[in-house]
Design a binder for this molecule. Structure first.
Ligand code: PAF
Length: 203
């Protein structure tokens, strides 16, 4: 597995794969990998010749600075898991690589992003739409894989791909759960004992 931090290097590596006729699959993540992410990687490895995983904690989708600061980060562990699951290229850019000085573009997705989680996290899905569009521009994948757990996110991504003619096929993978039914999530480590029990209502 190659770890790449810049868009220039990423483009050069992927151009070689494209010239060789290989299809490119993308698994976008914010790291803190768990079995749900690895299921996405396995699906991508079965469906594309080259699997790129992005590992980027995207600041524009956090509407709460405390939540961004507390988001779990462990790149060494993530890289080991990604490599073991079949990732070929780990794209782990710095924030300035994705949002350089002067960056001024926003994407606002109406309708589908306004209800449910979107109603409680203003701007969240606009940030997701922005970074996913950026990642699609950087990687130019044939296919990208997302978890069904984030159903509204999938609907938003599908909307953006259709509206902006991004030409990326979107595939989904079923939610991976703990034995008691709790959906795996990077944020589960932040649940206290009481909230961990209450979370089981979401099944
Ligand atoms: O689902 C996530 O982890 C993130 O929202 C995504 C799609 C990687 C964009 O930052």
């Amino acid at each position: 597995m190659q770890t790449i931090r810049t868009v220039d290097e990423l483009r050069a590596v992927l151009a070689g794969h494209r010239r060789a006729g290989r299809t490119i699959g993308l698994v976008p993540t914010m790291g803190a990998l768990h079995e749900g992410h690895l299921a996405l990687v396995r699906a991508a490895a079965a469906g594309a010749d080259v699997v790129v995983m992005s590992l980027f904690v995207n600041p524009t989708q956090f509407n709460d600075a405390g939540d961004l600061a507390a988001y779990p980060r462990d790149e060494t562990r993530d890289a080991e898991l990604a490599d073991g699951a079949g990732v070929d290229v780990l794209f782990a850019p710095a924030v300035e690589e994705v949002y350089p000085t002067g960056f001024a573009t926003t994407i606002s997705v109406g309708g589908v992003s306004e209800r449910l989680e979107g109603a409680h996290r203003p701007g969240h899905f606009d940030g997701v739409a922005l970074v996913v569009t950026k990642l699609f521009g950087m990687v130019r994948p044939d296919v990208a894989w997302f978890g069904q757990k984030d159903a509204q996110q999938v609907a938003v991504v599908r909307r953006v791909v259709a509206d902006l003619d991004l030409g990326v096929r979107i595939e989904t993978v079923p939610t991976v759960r703990e034995p008691d039914g709790l959906a795996l999530s990077s944020r589960n480590v932040r649940l206290g004992a009481e909230d961990r029990v209450r979370a089981l209502a979401l099944r």
